[in-house]
Design a protein around this ligand. Structure first.
Ligand code: MG
Length: 361
Protein backbone atom coordinates (compact mmCIF):
# COMPACT_ATOMS: atom_id res chain seq x y z
CA UNK A 1 0.00 0.00 0.00
CA UNK A 2 1.34 3.45 -0.96
CA UNK A 3 0.93 5.96 1.84
CA UNK A 4 0.64 9.73 1.73
CA UNK A 5 0.88 11.84 4.89
CA UNK A 6 -0.66 15.30 5.27
CA UNK A 7 0.84 17.53 7.96
CA UNK A 8 -1.97 19.90 8.95
CA UNK A 9 -0.75 23.46 9.48
CA UNK A 10 -3.97 25.32 8.83
CA UNK A 11 -4.82 26.28 12.42
CA UNK A 12 -4.80 29.92 13.43
CA UNK A 13 -2.87 29.17 16.63
CA UNK A 14 -4.82 31.77 18.55
CA UNK A 15 -4.52 29.99 21.91
CA UNK A 16 -0.78 30.34 21.62
CA UNK A 17 -0.81 34.01 20.65
CA UNK A 18 1.70 33.37 17.91
CA UNK A 19 2.28 31.34 14.79
CA UNK A 20 3.28 28.35 16.88
CA UNK A 21 3.98 26.11 13.93
CA UNK A 22 6.74 28.42 12.66
CA UNK A 23 8.60 28.55 15.97
CA UNK A 24 12.15 27.29 15.51
CA UNK A 25 12.77 24.13 17.48
CA UNK A 26 16.37 22.94 17.17
CA UNK A 27 17.17 24.49 13.74
CA UNK A 28 13.82 23.81 12.10
CA UNK A 29 10.23 24.99 12.53
CA UNK A 30 7.79 23.01 14.69
CA UNK A 31 5.83 21.56 11.73
CA UNK A 32 8.98 20.31 9.98
CA UNK A 33 9.81 17.78 12.73
CA UNK A 34 6.90 15.41 12.11
CA UNK A 35 7.11 16.17 8.36
CA UNK A 36 10.66 14.76 8.37
CA UNK A 37 9.68 11.78 10.56
CA UNK A 38 6.84 10.85 8.20
CA UNK A 39 9.04 11.35 5.13
CA UNK A 40 11.07 8.31 6.06
CA UNK A 41 8.07 5.93 6.07
CA UNK A 42 5.52 7.42 3.63
CA UNK A 43 5.89 7.65 -0.14
CA UNK A 44 4.48 11.17 -0.21
CA UNK A 45 4.44 13.78 2.56
CA UNK A 46 2.89 17.21 2.11
CA UNK A 47 1.76 20.24 4.09
CA UNK A 48 -1.81 21.51 4.28
CA UNK A 49 -1.56 25.20 5.13
CA UNK A 50 -0.57 28.67 3.98
CA UNK A 51 2.01 28.96 1.19
CA UNK A 52 4.31 31.23 3.21
CA UNK A 53 4.56 28.52 5.90
CA UNK A 54 5.10 25.65 3.44
CA UNK A 55 7.96 27.35 1.65
CA UNK A 56 9.41 24.86 -0.80
CA UNK A 57 7.63 21.86 0.79
CA UNK A 58 4.89 20.30 -1.37
CA UNK A 59 1.29 20.77 -0.33
CA UNK A 60 -2.01 22.57 -0.65
CA UNK A 61 -3.94 25.33 1.07
CA UNK A 62 -5.91 24.60 4.25
CA UNK A 63 -9.66 25.17 4.50
CA UNK A 64 -11.81 27.22 6.84
CA UNK A 65 -12.22 24.23 9.19
CA UNK A 66 -10.35 21.04 9.92
CA UNK A 67 -12.90 19.08 7.92
CA UNK A 68 -12.28 21.34 4.91
CA UNK A 69 -8.49 21.12 5.29
CA UNK A 70 -8.62 17.32 5.38
CA UNK A 71 -10.93 17.36 2.35
CA UNK A 72 -8.24 19.35 0.49
CA UNK A 73 -5.66 16.79 1.62
CA UNK A 74 -7.79 13.92 0.29
CA UNK A 75 -8.22 15.71 -3.06
CA UNK A 76 -4.49 16.44 -3.22
CA UNK A 77 -3.44 12.85 -2.58
CA UNK A 78 -6.24 10.70 -4.06
CA UNK A 79 -4.40 9.99 -7.30
CA UNK A 80 -0.96 9.71 -5.73
CA UNK A 81 -1.44 6.95 -3.16
CA UNK A 82 -3.68 4.19 -1.77
CA UNK A 83 -4.06 5.55 1.77
CA UNK A 84 -3.74 8.90 3.52
CA UNK A 85 -2.84 9.70 7.11
CA UNK A 86 -3.32 13.20 8.53
CA UNK A 87 -1.15 14.52 11.34
CA UNK A 88 -1.22 17.72 13.42
CA UNK A 89 1.73 19.95 12.56
CA UNK A 90 1.64 20.96 16.23
CA UNK A 91 2.69 17.45 17.34
CA UNK A 92 6.40 17.63 16.50
CA UNK A 93 7.68 14.71 18.59
CA UNK A 94 5.67 11.95 16.87
CA UNK A 95 7.71 8.78 17.26
CA UNK A 96 8.42 6.85 14.08
CA UNK A 97 7.35 3.56 15.73
CA UNK A 98 3.91 4.97 16.53
CA UNK A 99 3.57 6.31 12.99
CA UNK A 100 4.53 2.87 11.62
CA UNK A 101 1.94 1.21 13.86
CA UNK A 102 -0.79 3.43 12.40
CA UNK A 103 0.23 2.53 8.84
CA UNK A 104 0.21 -1.17 9.71
CA UNK A 105 -3.26 -0.85 11.27
CA UNK A 106 -4.61 0.87 8.14
CA UNK A 107 -3.25 -2.00 5.99
CA UNK A 108 -5.03 -4.38 8.37
CA UNK A 109 -8.30 -2.57 9.08
CA UNK A 110 -8.74 0.15 6.48
CA UNK A 111 -8.75 2.97 9.02
CA UNK A 112 -6.80 3.71 12.21
CA UNK A 113 -6.10 6.42 14.75
CA UNK A 114 -3.31 6.87 17.27
CA UNK A 115 -4.56 7.25 20.81
CA UNK A 116 -3.23 7.37 24.35
CA UNK A 117 -4.61 5.68 27.44
CA UNK A 118 -5.83 8.03 30.16
CA UNK A 119 -3.69 7.82 33.29
CA UNK A 120 -5.10 10.68 35.40
CA UNK A 121 -8.23 10.19 37.46
CA UNK A 122 -11.07 11.79 35.51
CA UNK A 123 -14.12 13.25 37.24
CA UNK A 124 -17.34 14.63 35.93
CA UNK A 125 -17.04 18.37 36.55
CA UNK A 126 -20.74 18.69 37.34
CA UNK A 127 -21.41 15.65 39.51
CA UNK A 128 -17.91 15.05 40.88
CA UNK A 129 -18.22 11.37 40.01
CA UNK A 130 -15.17 9.43 38.85
CA UNK A 131 -15.36 8.38 35.21
CA UNK A 132 -14.03 4.88 34.50
CA UNK A 133 -10.80 5.74 32.72
CA UNK A 134 -10.37 2.21 31.40
CA UNK A 135 -13.24 3.07 29.06
CA UNK A 136 -11.48 6.20 27.78
CA UNK A 137 -8.81 6.99 25.23
CA UNK A 138 -7.32 10.36 24.32
CA UNK A 139 -7.30 10.82 20.56
CA UNK A 140 -4.08 11.90 18.88
CA UNK A 141 -2.75 11.93 15.35
CA UNK A 142 -1.85 10.43 12.91
CA UNK A 143 -5.30 9.22 11.95
CA UNK A 144 -5.97 7.85 8.54
CA UNK A 145 -7.62 5.46 6.12
CA UNK A 146 -7.51 4.14 2.63
CA UNK A 147 -8.39 6.70 -0.03
CA UNK A 148 -11.59 4.76 -0.73
CA UNK A 149 -12.68 5.16 2.92
CA UNK A 150 -11.87 8.87 2.90
CA UNK A 151 -13.83 9.48 -0.31
CA UNK A 152 -16.79 7.57 1.09
CA UNK A 153 -16.66 9.53 4.33
CA UNK A 154 -16.71 12.85 2.49
CA UNK A 155 -19.48 11.79 0.15
CA UNK A 156 -21.70 11.19 3.19
CA UNK A 157 -20.49 14.17 5.21
CA UNK A 158 -23.31 15.84 7.12
CA UNK A 159 -21.54 17.91 9.74
CA UNK A 160 -18.14 19.43 10.36
CA UNK A 161 -16.08 17.37 12.82
CA UNK A 162 -13.14 18.27 15.01
CA UNK A 163 -11.29 15.04 14.60
CA UNK A 164 -10.79 12.73 11.71
CA UNK A 165 -11.96 9.69 13.64
CA UNK A 166 -15.47 11.15 13.83
CA UNK A 167 -15.45 11.57 10.08
CA UNK A 168 -14.20 8.06 9.36
CA UNK A 169 -16.50 6.43 11.92
CA UNK A 170 -19.57 8.41 10.85
CA UNK A 171 -20.65 5.75 8.38
CA UNK A 172 -20.70 3.08 11.04
CA UNK A 173 -17.33 1.74 9.91
CA UNK A 174 -14.78 0.67 12.43
CA UNK A 175 -11.55 2.56 13.03
CA UNK A 176 -8.74 0.70 14.76
CA UNK A 177 -7.37 2.37 17.87
CA UNK A 178 -3.59 2.23 17.93
CA UNK A 179 -2.17 2.79 21.42
CA UNK A 180 0.72 5.27 21.42
CA UNK A 181 3.95 3.88 22.84
CA UNK A 182 5.66 7.27 23.10
CA UNK A 183 4.73 10.79 24.19
CA UNK A 184 3.13 12.81 21.41
CA UNK A 185 2.03 16.11 23.00
CA UNK A 186 0.31 18.85 21.03
CA UNK A 187 1.81 22.32 21.23
CA UNK A 188 -1.19 24.28 22.48
CA UNK A 189 -0.01 26.64 25.23
CA UNK A 190 3.39 28.38 25.54
CA UNK A 191 4.25 26.13 28.50
CA UNK A 192 4.03 23.06 26.22
CA UNK A 193 7.19 24.22 24.44
CA UNK A 194 9.51 23.39 27.31
CA UNK A 195 8.05 19.85 27.53
CA UNK A 196 8.46 19.35 23.79
CA UNK A 197 12.03 20.71 23.88
CA UNK A 198 12.82 18.37 26.75
CA UNK A 199 11.53 15.38 24.75
CA UNK A 200 13.51 16.49 21.69
CA UNK A 201 16.52 17.12 23.93
CA UNK A 202 17.13 20.46 22.29
CA UNK A 203 17.59 23.61 24.35
CA UNK A 204 18.95 26.78 22.80
CA UNK A 205 20.13 29.54 25.11
CA UNK A 206 21.37 33.05 24.35
CA UNK A 207 22.56 36.07 26.27
CA UNK A 208 22.03 39.67 25.17
CA UNK A 209 23.74 42.81 26.35
CA UNK A 210 22.37 46.33 26.73
CA UNK A 211 23.81 49.72 27.62
CA UNK A 212 22.21 53.14 27.94
CA UNK A 213 23.04 56.54 29.38
CA UNK A 214 20.88 59.62 29.93
CA UNK A 215 21.84 63.10 31.16
CA UNK A 216 19.97 64.76 33.98
CA UNK A 217 17.26 67.11 32.71
CA UNK A 218 17.33 70.84 33.33
CA UNK A 219 13.57 70.99 33.94
CA UNK A 220 11.70 69.45 36.86
CA UNK A 221 10.58 66.21 35.21
CA UNK A 222 10.39 63.17 37.52
CA UNK A 223 13.08 60.49 37.74
CA UNK A 224 12.13 56.95 36.74
CA UNK A 225 14.45 54.01 37.30
CA UNK A 226 13.40 50.39 36.85
CA UNK A 227 9.78 51.40 36.40
CA UNK A 228 9.64 53.23 39.74
CA UNK A 229 9.29 56.99 40.28
CA UNK A 230 11.93 58.49 42.58
CA UNK A 231 10.07 61.57 43.77
CA UNK A 232 12.13 64.57 44.81
CA UNK A 233 15.08 63.43 42.65
CA UNK A 234 16.33 65.10 39.47
CA UNK A 235 14.81 63.53 36.38
CA UNK A 236 16.64 62.36 33.28
CA UNK A 237 16.39 63.91 29.85
CA UNK A 238 14.76 61.80 27.19
CA UNK A 239 11.88 61.38 24.81
CA UNK A 240 10.00 58.72 26.79
CA UNK A 241 10.10 58.62 30.61
CA UNK A 242 13.92 58.33 30.19
CA UNK A 243 14.11 55.20 32.37
CA UNK A 244 17.73 54.43 31.55
CA UNK A 245 17.68 51.13 33.46
CA UNK A 246 14.67 49.77 31.58
CA UNK A 247 16.19 50.93 28.28
CA UNK A 248 19.37 48.93 28.92
CA UNK A 249 17.32 45.87 29.95
CA UNK A 250 15.04 46.20 26.89
CA UNK A 251 18.08 46.35 24.61
CA UNK A 252 19.53 43.25 26.32
CA UNK A 253 16.30 41.31 25.62
CA UNK A 254 16.18 42.48 21.99
CA UNK A 255 19.87 41.68 21.61
CA UNK A 256 19.52 38.14 22.93
CA UNK A 257 16.75 37.48 20.40
CA UNK A 258 18.72 39.26 17.64
CA UNK A 259 15.75 41.57 17.10
CA UNK A 260 17.51 44.91 16.69
CA UNK A 261 17.45 47.63 19.34
CA UNK A 262 15.12 49.90 21.24
CA UNK A 263 15.74 52.88 18.94
CA UNK A 264 14.64 50.82 15.96
CA UNK A 265 11.37 49.62 17.52
CA UNK A 266 10.49 52.74 19.52
CA UNK A 267 12.22 55.62 17.69
CA UNK A 268 12.39 58.98 19.52
CA UNK A 269 11.20 60.57 16.26
CA UNK A 270 7.82 58.83 16.69
CA UNK A 271 5.45 61.05 18.71
CA UNK A 272 3.52 58.03 20.06
CA UNK A 273 6.45 57.23 22.41
CA UNK A 274 6.67 60.76 23.86
CA UNK A 275 6.40 60.55 27.63
CA UNK A 276 5.61 56.82 27.32
CA UNK A 277 6.48 54.65 30.33
CA UNK A 278 9.41 52.41 29.52
CA UNK A 279 7.77 49.38 31.15
CA UNK A 280 5.80 49.25 27.89
CA UNK A 281 9.04 48.93 25.86
CA UNK A 282 10.30 46.07 28.03
CA UNK A 283 6.97 44.23 27.85
CA UNK A 284 6.93 44.65 24.06
CA UNK A 285 10.52 43.39 23.71
CA UNK A 286 9.67 40.28 25.74
CA UNK A 287 6.54 39.78 23.63
CA UNK A 288 8.54 40.04 20.39
CA UNK A 289 11.11 37.57 21.71
CA UNK A 290 8.29 35.21 22.68
CA UNK A 291 6.85 35.39 19.17
CA UNK A 292 10.23 34.12 17.99
CA UNK A 293 9.92 31.23 20.45
CA UNK A 294 12.13 32.63 23.22
CA UNK A 295 11.38 32.49 26.92
CA UNK A 296 13.04 35.06 29.15
CA UNK A 297 15.03 33.22 31.81
CA UNK A 298 16.99 35.90 33.65
CA UNK A 299 17.78 39.63 33.77
CA UNK A 300 20.78 41.23 35.44
CA UNK A 301 21.56 44.95 35.44
CA UNK A 302 23.93 47.47 37.00
CA UNK A 303 23.18 51.16 37.43
CA UNK A 304 26.10 53.59 37.46
CA UNK A 305 25.07 56.73 39.35
CA UNK A 306 26.40 59.02 42.07
CA UNK A 307 22.79 59.69 43.05
CA UNK A 308 20.12 58.79 44.07
CA UNK A 309 20.47 55.92 46.52
CA UNK A 310 18.39 53.07 45.08
CA UNK A 311 18.52 50.80 48.14
CA UNK A 312 15.19 51.86 49.66
CA UNK A 313 13.37 51.32 46.34
CA UNK A 314 15.25 48.28 45.08
CA UNK A 315 12.54 45.80 46.06
CA UNK A 316 9.86 47.85 44.30
CA UNK A 317 12.12 48.13 41.22
CA UNK A 318 12.66 44.38 41.03
CA UNK A 319 8.91 43.83 41.29
CA UNK A 320 8.15 46.41 38.58
CA UNK A 321 10.78 44.97 36.20
CA UNK A 322 9.57 41.40 36.82
CA UNK A 323 5.98 42.43 36.16
CA UNK A 324 6.82 44.26 32.92
CA UNK A 325 8.94 41.32 31.74
CA UNK A 326 6.37 38.71 32.80
CA UNK A 327 8.81 36.65 34.91
CA UNK A 328 9.25 35.86 38.59
CA UNK A 329 11.07 38.39 40.79
CA UNK A 330 13.66 35.72 41.60
CA UNK A 331 14.83 35.95 37.98
CA UNK A 332 15.61 39.67 38.14
CA UNK A 333 18.74 41.28 39.57
CA UNK A 334 19.62 44.98 39.82
CA UNK A 335 22.84 46.28 41.33
CA UNK A 336 24.16 49.81 41.66
CA UNK A 337 27.52 51.43 41.89
CA UNK A 338 28.93 54.96 41.80
CA UNK A 339 31.62 55.99 39.32
CA UNK A 340 33.91 57.00 42.22
CA UNK A 341 33.58 60.65 41.23
CA UNK A 342 35.36 60.08 37.93
CA UNK A 343 34.24 61.45 34.56
CA UNK A 344 30.82 62.71 33.51
CA UNK A 345 28.93 60.11 35.55
CA UNK A 346 31.17 60.90 38.51
CA UNK A 347 30.26 64.61 38.17
CA UNK A 348 26.56 63.59 38.34
CA UNK A 349 25.83 64.73 34.80
CA UNK A 350 23.71 61.64 34.18
CA UNK A 351 23.03 57.98 34.89
CA UNK A 352 24.20 54.92 32.93
CA UNK A 353 22.99 51.33 33.02
CA UNK A 354 24.33 47.98 31.82
CA UNK A 355 22.19 44.86 31.51
CA UNK A 356 22.22 41.27 30.33
CA UNK A 357 19.24 39.12 29.43
CA UNK A 358 19.22 35.34 29.05
CA UNK A 359 16.70 33.67 26.77
CA UNK A 360 16.07 30.01 26.07
CA UNK A 361 13.95 27.98 23.67
MG1 MG B 1 17.50 55.49 26.53
Amino acid sequence: MRFAAAVLCGGSGTRFGADKLSIELGNKPVWRHSFDTLSSICEEVFVVGPGELRGSAPGCEGGSSRTESVRNAVEYSRDRCDALIVHDGARPVLHIEDARSVLAAIERSGAAALCASVTDTIRNRRTGEVVDRDQLVAMQTPQGATIARWLEAYSNLAVSTTDDYALLAANGQSVEFVPAGHPNPKLTHPGDLSLIRAILGKVDSRTGFGYDVHRFASDDRPLYLGGIEFSGERGLDGHSDADVLLHAITDAVLGAAALGDIGQHFPPSDPQWKGRRSTHFLAEAVRMARLAGWELVHLDATLVAEQPKIGPKSKAMLAAIAEAAGIEVSRVSVKATTNEGMGALGRSEGIAAFATATLSR
